[in-house]
Design a protein around this ligand. Sequence first.
Ligand code: SF4
Ligand code: SF4
Length: 290
Amino acid sequence: TEELPKKPSWLKVRMPISPEITRIKKTLRKHNLHTVCEEASCPNLGECFHGGTATFMIMGDICTRRCPFCDVAHGRPNALNADEPRELAEAIADMRLNYVVITSVDRDDLRDGGADHIGQCITEIRQHHPKTEIEVLVPDFRGRADVALEILKDTPPDVFNHNLETVPSLYRKVRPGASYEGSLKLLQGYKALRPEVKTKSGLMLGVGETNEQVLEVLKDLRAHGVDMLTLGQYMQPSRHHLAIDRWVTPEDFEWLGERAREMGFVHVASGPLVRSSYHADQQAHGKTVR
Ligand code: SF4
Ligand code: SF4
């Protein structure tokens, strides 16, 4: 049995405990909500919760896809919970979160891929706690992108995020069932409908790509009007998941981040621990995140 590659020192973080984090966790349990932060044992949880940010996973915890890097269960999902948008909004108000990321499993079983449900969540949060800034991290709505965009344009978030995850030559291996061009078009399509909303995308590095290939993807993102970028290290959830190809060094992240800024991204977060939602509040406000 092969061992997971040993983590370099820059990926070891300590999990702080604070009254703030305890309070947030209690509220989450009360409202029966799922966060990616807890479920993915995200190394940044302490920092994010402490700063009033969390990433919620809506539309259930069973995905219709099976990406080999992802730890989410797959299979036949449950019916949508019609109360979820209100429950989510109440919890966010309760927790006094100032920035939330709303993400979901892929719902290829739904006619609109879940776009209407996502829109309802945004509407409810705006009503219950207008101060909260909202980032949606959406699925690719494969085959339904036009329908989904038509719905989503009516309830704009503050940031519209969709991750490309990796370079096109690795799609078949890393994102089976997804399309590189389709994802780029989704980002471009939203920008065309809502030019005032920032668009954002991200890649996880260390799955077999080269830095040169990453630069090509960054060019494509800029050519499709994407404003913000995140680059982070892929971490293998278990030895049954996609293997790590390399530990990208902090210097390489720094270098890639610099190239991205030169290309004109208004915000770039690039570093080993960066996640799509890491310091999302600061990313949205143009502060430097590394
Ligand atoms: Fe949650 Fe994202 Fe922060 Fe991790 S980086 S704790 S997933 S908000
Ligand atoms: Fe995980 Fe998203 Fe892939 Fe579903 S579509 S398996 S949630 S990465």
